[in-house]
Design a protein. Structure first.
Length: 396
């Protein structure tokens, strides 16, 4: 198995075992200096000239191509900007226009709530009789019928790590004439993805998790190249115009993926992501996947041996699991806070899920061994029973 460890490229505080990359990736060491240069040399010295001289205007598609490489997208088919919520809205709105007469958006009960919220808001805005239909994850393919305009799913379940079969679901959607939209928030940088081979019309995702773009890092949207010049963007923003600096009063969509741009790109956040993506240069996603599975299997075996009262809720078969492992415990929130106090950082997802992410770029077998030992101590010594660990923070 190829060694993908690049721990020396990341800033992780001494003594900390960081198992929360599926909520926020750690800071790549190169980013502060590089971002300082952008601040001083580009914003500071170039001022507004930076849009041309520093390539700020091209940044969303340039960075999009670096993300696209990790998700099997053709060059020029991914663009960065806005938040994942906005990109979900764009994708679903475009899909509905592609299938006039169909009124159902199909998703599953394991989808991340913001995706469902955005669809609910879109339905209210359109007020044309659309319906959001959610079914159990295992029932998705059977639920696709000729009323479904779009199937919108998160490939890797944010709570359990259960993974959809992207190829099979996409084929099922296409068999019924539905548009397929994938949310890759827990896939990009975590598991191999091949959007080109899969054939889905659109995909969206965020970059602050496994791609280490930092809090608030911009999201991305992918449009299949054969559709890029015809897709109708619902959010017809200034920078999605074919000639934004002609200042025409009527919107005319830009060419290809450019039309999925909306507003001014967040240059500083995007610069941080662009430098963070250098950690992925020369990395093969299958090698990352193999290393991740090895770490997960070590972790599961160790936890189940040391702490049998924790219930594995992630799929036991690693082929059906993303790059995370989740255990159920009634006092999961307090236990996770106690564990964080001991410098093993995971996170909690209501109502009772202790979640751990595995990124072999900065985690190794020794880290996993230490994490298991500290989890065992938290559980055996009932450290979670301290009242200070039971007060819920706003972010869990």
């Amino acid at each position: 198995m190829a060694d993908v460890t690049r721990k020396n490229m990341f800033h992780i505080p001494d003594g900390v075992i960081y198992l929360d990359g599926n909520s926020l990736g750690p800071l790549p060491k190169s980013v502060p200096e590089a971002l300082g240069s952008v601040l001083q040399d580009e914003w500071g010295n170039l001022l507004i000239k930076g849009w041309n001289a520093a390539g700020w205007m091209e940044q969303p598609t340039r960075v999009g191509d670096t993300v696209g490489r990790l998700i099997g997208a053709a060059p020029g088919s991914v663009v960065m900007g806005d938040t994942l919520s906005i990109k979900v809205y764009q994708a679903v709105a475009a899909a509905l226009k592609m299938r006039p007469g169909r009124k159902v958006i199909l998703s599953d009960t394991g989808n991340f709530p913001t995706d469902l919220y955005m669809v609910e808001g879109l339905i209210r805005t359109l007020d044309q009789g659309y319906e959001l239909r959610t079914v159990a994850p295992g029932d998705v393919t059977a639920a696709i019928d000729m009323d479904v305009a779009a199937v919108m799913l998160t490939e890797v379940d944010y709570r359990t790590g259960r993974m959809h079969d992207m190829g099979a679901v996409t084929r099922a959607a296409h068999d019924k004439g539905a548009v397929m939209i994938w949310d890759l928030a827990h896939s990009a940088g975590a598991i191999p993805v091949d959007l080109t081979a899969g054939g889905a019309e659109m995909a969206v995702g965020c970059t602050y998790k496994y791609l280490n773009g930092g809090p608030g890092a911009p999201a991305f949207i992918y449009v299949r190249p054969d559709l890029a010049d015809t897709i109708d963007p619902a959010l017809s923003g200034w920078l999605g115009h074919e000639q934004p600096f002609e200042f025409k009063l009527n919107y005319q969509p830009g060419a290809g993926i450019e039309r999925m741009r909306v507003g001014t790109p967040p240059v500083l956040q995007m610069a941080a992501l662009e430098f963070a993506m250098k950690a992925w240069e020369g990395v093969d996603m299958q090698d990352v996947r193999n290393a991740s599975i090895a770490l997960q299997e070590q972790f599961i075996a160790g936890v189940e041996r040391a702490v049998p009262q924790l219930e594995l809720v992630s799929p036991r078969n690693p082929a059906r699991r993303g790059s995370q492992v989740s255990f159920r415990f009634e006092q999961g929130y307090a236990a996770m806070q106690a564990l964080i106090h001991m410098d093993v950082i995971g996170d909690f997802r209501a109502p009772d899920i202790m979640r751990f992410g595995f990124t072999p770029l900065y985690l190794d077998a020794a880290d996993v061994e230490i994490a298991v030992e500290r989890i065992a101590r938290v559980m055996h010594d009932r450290l979670w029973d301290d009242p200070k660990f039971k007060t819920r923070n706003r972010v869990t």
